[in-house]
Design a protein around this ligand. Structure first.
Ligand SMILES: Cc1ncc(C[n+]2csc(CCOP(=O)(O)OP(=O)(O)O)c2C)c(N)n1
Ligand SMILES: [Mg+2]
Length: 320
């Protein structure tokens, strides 16, 4: 049994539990605003983080709780943020769609589809200019590949040979629309990469080790001056698009097929020691239970904090 794989399993189990808690808190009316849950996508976040340096920059979408936690935001900070509590990762200012923790190089989640891809290119450019060896990773959905900003970011990153990694979480849907019905190529991210002279691979996004290895290869290439890589990780969301969407537009057979390839099940089989995995599950559940209790007990966001830690007054320390 690999200790590393068991650790990755537990990290995924913590995210899964946090997403379930976020869903339950939303249904109880305790979440302000919306939620886009990433249950089912855990292997992408945990596998990628396992391949990155702590100071590598990460940018994610509104479906980004898993990336924030994988980078080091605690479940408590995230749930408190969803509930607009003072202990939230952005002290209640961001909510579910804007989880940012600069001290963990989690440079945010973004609600505008595709908007963060050029930002990730900018972060990669800054790393290149400063010669730090950092890479910038942008996670985005399949739908984002039909947005102009995706193409602009890939082009510029290719021209300037930026240390960037573009990771598409292809969950087959953009909101309620199957991506295949609105896209000219079968692999929405990977098939566009050659237009910019970039290498690409389509991988099993539900296998944490496959993701780790693909991101490690891309990051190594980027750090060595080889430029950006596009990775298309095929995965599936277990909940609907957002809020209370029951996702009835998805064929039953398709859902069953993907649930059978749940990233936690895949990792459980690979660990091969049921007792060790059960113990990891219990630890993860306890972590999430404590996080829910702490977030529920936390004081509301303080209006006096509304203008702190934003760009205008945040200083430049986060950039170093
Ligand atoms: C520029 C822009 N257009 C439309 C929307 C509305 N919108 C929010 S999520 C979404 C679907 C995006 O799908 P995808 O990129 O596949 O990400 P997923 O939600 O599947 O993770 C859309 C169209 C938006 N937020 N921004
Ligand atoms: Mg999608």
């Amino acid at each position: 049994m690999s200790a590393e794989l068991l650790d990755l399993y537990e990290r995924m189990a913590v995210i899964r539990g946090t997403e379930k808690a976020a869903h339950d808190l939303f249904m109880a009316g305790l979440v302000k605003g919306t939620t886009h849950l990433a249950a089912g996508h855990e292997a992408v976040a945990v596998g990628a983080s396992a391949a990155l340096r702590p100071d590598d920059y990460v940018f994610a979408t509104y479906r980004g709780h898993h990336h924030a936690i994988a980078r080091g935001a605690t479940p408590e900070e995230c749930l408190a943020e969803l509930m607009s509590r003072d202990t939230g990762v952005c002290r209640g200012k961001g909510g579910s769609m804007h989880l940012t923790k600069a001290s963990a190089s989690m440079l945010g989640s973004y609600a505008i589809v595709g908007a963060h891809l050029p930002m990730a290119a900018g972060a990669a450019w800054s790393a290149k200019l400063r010669g730090t060896g950092q890479v910038a990773v942008a996670f985005f959905g399949d739908g984002a590949t039909n947005i102009g900003a995706f193409h602009e970011a890939l082009n510029l990153a290719a021209v300037w040979r930026l240390p960037a990694v573009f990771v598409c979480e292809n969950n087959l849907y953009m909101e309620y629309t199957p991506i295949g019905t609105v896209t000219a190529v079968p692999n929405p991210a990977a098939d566009r990469a050659p237009a910019y002279g970039l290498p690409a691979e389509v991988i099993d996004g539900n296998d944490v080790l496959v993701v780790r290895d693909a991101v490690a290869r891309a990051a190594q290439r980027a750090r060595g001056g080889g430029g950006p890589t596009v990775i298309e990780a095929r995965t599936y969301r277990h909940y609907g698009h957002s809020r209370t969407d029951p996702a009835r537009y998805r064929p039953e057979g398709e859902v069953a097929e993907w649930l059978a390839r749940d990233p936690l099940l895949v990792a459980r089989k690979a660990v091969g020691d049921g007792a060790a995995v059960d113990a990891a599950d219990r630890r993860a559940q306890a972590t999430v239970r404590r996080a829910v209790e702490a977030a529920r007990a936390a004081p509301p966001a303080d209006p006096a904090q509304a203008l702190t830690d934003v760009w205008a007054d945040g200083g430049a320390a986060w950039r170093t």
